[in-house]
Write a protein that binds this ligand. Structure first.
Ligand SMILES: [Zn+2]
Length: 246
């Protein structure tokens, strides 16, 4: 029998830091639940950290793996007896880590939106880390003035906040939006009937599965740490969040 698909609670509510669920399958030290708030990594965002609580035991997560529609939670088996199918568990996210990821992810979308809006340059890749993030742009030059200017424009959009909306659109409707076409929405597998959209109102629109804050104000601010030349039409920018500014 196929393992029931996992309801991805973070798709509808990125701010869930705890949740309750039922175990629907066990494979070695990996558990499938009927629902989860843990983000499994993807689109440059790192996998969540945290633990599952069951019958008085705390089972720290060692990994998250999404296979088809099922998200497997790998746990430290030595931490206690594993729950069985049908048991209830609670999930507890490492919220400090996740909230930083949300702020960082939104910051990267702001950067992406601003560089495209003002300079017409497209993003070619990106990756988040606990303390920084990098993004690659199809652009010929990054002068120090340009970099300071971009940093200032992102921070302006933090100071005069933009709302962030998350919703889904039918595939055909999403494919007709020019802003989404530029973000390579056409690479989505054909079996996907609806597309999850993350919109920074007035700034950026992307098909995205990640978790984001509700307002650009929560990003707090960014600073550009460095830039790198990765080729004639490829420049990398590394940023960090500015803390304590919210
Ligand atoms: Zn994203």
């Amino acid at each position: 029998m196929a393992t029931p698909s996992t309801k991805l609670l973070y798709h509808d509510d990125s701010y869930l830091s705890t949740f309750d669920a039922e175990v629907v399958a066990v494979e070695g030290n990996a558990l499938a639940l009927d629902a989860t708030a843990f983000f499994p990594s993807g689109g440059g965002q790192m996998a969540d950290r945290g633990a599952l609580l069951t019958a008085g035991h705390r089972l720290p997560l060692t990994g998250l793996e999404k296979r088809d529609d099922v998200l497997w939670h790998r746990v430290e088996a030595e931490a206690g007896p594993l729950p069985a199918v049908g048991d209830r568990v609670s999930g507890e996210l490492d919220w400090d880590f996740r909230y930083r990821m949300m702020r960082t992810h939104t910051a990267l979308h702001m950067l992406c939106g601003i560089i495209f809006r003002d300079f017409g340059a497209q993003v070619t890749g990106g990756q988040m880390y606990p303390d920084r993030a990098r993004m690659d742009f199809a652009i010929e030059t990054f002068t120090p003035e340009f970099v300071r200017d971009i940093e200032a424009r992102v921070n302006e959009a933090v100071a005069s906040p933009h709302e962030i909306k998350v919703y889904t659109l039918p595939r055909e409707q999403a494919f007709a939006i020019p802003d989404l076409i530029r973000t390579k929405i056409n690479l989505l597998p054909p079996e996907i009937a609806t597309v999850r959209i993350v919109e920074i109102v007035g700034l950026d629109l992307q098909a995205d599965g990640g978790t984001h804050v509700r307002s650009t104000r929560e990003v707090g601010g960014i600073q550009v740490l460095k830039t790198e030349n990765k080729g004639k039409q490829n420049k990398r920018m590394e940023i960090a969040l500015v803390d304590g500014a919210q």
